[in-house]
Design a protein around this ligand. Sequence first.
Ligand code: AMP
Ligand code: GLY
Length: 432
Amino acid sequence: MSEKILLVGGGGREDAVARRLSESGVQIYAYLKNRNPSIISLSKDYRIGSENQADSIVEFAVKNMVDLAFIGPDPVLETSLVEDLLKKGIKVASPVRSAARIETSKKFMRELLREYRIDGNLEFAHFSRPDDVRDFLKKNSGKEFAIKPLGLTGGKGVKVMGVHLSGVSEALSYASSVIEKDGSVILEERVTGEEFSQQVFTDGKRVCPMPVVQDYKRADEGDLGPNTGGMGSISDASHTLPFLSSNARERSIEIMKDVANALRDGGNEFRGILYGQFMDTAEGIRVIEINARFADPESINVLHLLDDDFAGILNEIAEGDLRNSVRFRKSATVLKYVVPEGYGYSPKPSVLNISFSDNDSRRFIYYAAVSGDLTRVEQSTSRSLAVIGEGADIEMANSHCEENLKMVSGKFHVRHDIGTRAMIEAKMAKRF
Ligand code: AMP
Ligand code: GLY
């Protein structure tokens, strides 16, 4: 069993990881780019530095004789860090680079689903010349597509015809700008329905599901405004969501199992967390994206409910010997991100004060891209604090979340509509 764990990353997701690891009784060694006061307070030692500097992270890990590592942010999975740590004899509960391509290359993901005939794939085409995109759009006139860079975009590079792009000429111009920047672009058929996130732990062979979560990416209430890294997220006591088709969770878990098996079969065994973004359409479940890490904020909802030894789970993943099931409380959660004013447009960071209502209340506030101390934080231009509520149903969880938000004061933006009864009822009414 590992006693010393390296944690890379300093956001809300990594704070949730640090909280559960500290409950496992292990020593945390954190490598992060911001002085996250919660992660720092839970760590035995920490280093501030760029998370893409594999050499410096390895040196920190070796110096502190850590025996297990876990990586939060996606850009780090594109560096040589996991291989470098493994070469030093350090176990890692995150995927090697070749396996992380399931997220870092959308082309690799779509082709893997096609090759292994995995359910839920979308029609897609890959282009490296604007003229070919023009011909394709002409041939498919009347159809709408999502236009995506192949690689990581921080949730901000995808544009959908009929949502962000009106008409063929805007679509062509956006696709051409992606080609100019990256050399190629991917077009996928546009699908509509409710989106949901299904995350699983996997040791490459076995797959252990977490509760389903829905996240809200748009900056403003009513799902308006630009896409962001995520403004909040909800989960239900049933571990699925009331407005999804009855088999949505089951089908998505099957797809995640098929993906883990296909990766292993192709010589890219995946150890870590797979996070599938799905759309529940009238024609069935469709895969929007497969990611190679915990989602942020969705990981916070599920880690908040984790009723198992997290360090033990990570150890089993790294050793290729994952248990059969992981326990999560049967409660609902509503999470709202406190972000700087103007987030998504032109963020204006300021200072926030947190006054805990009692000794227990710190566990409902997760610290993200902030620095400072536990009761006074400086915002950056990214998300600041994830405030969560837990309850018997989504409505109760929402009222606890709103109550917990009162502990935070200062200038900030938050989406109060996430998890309200009105929002859930509107989604129920749209069910097919
Ligand atoms: P992504 O960064 O791939 O998660 O995409 C960002 C958002 O764009 C998703 O959450 C969806 O709302 C939307 N999107 C992506 N792909 C599609 C698609 N094929 N059809 C419709 N919407 C999509
Ligand atoms: N929730 C969006 C993401 O983590 O990519």
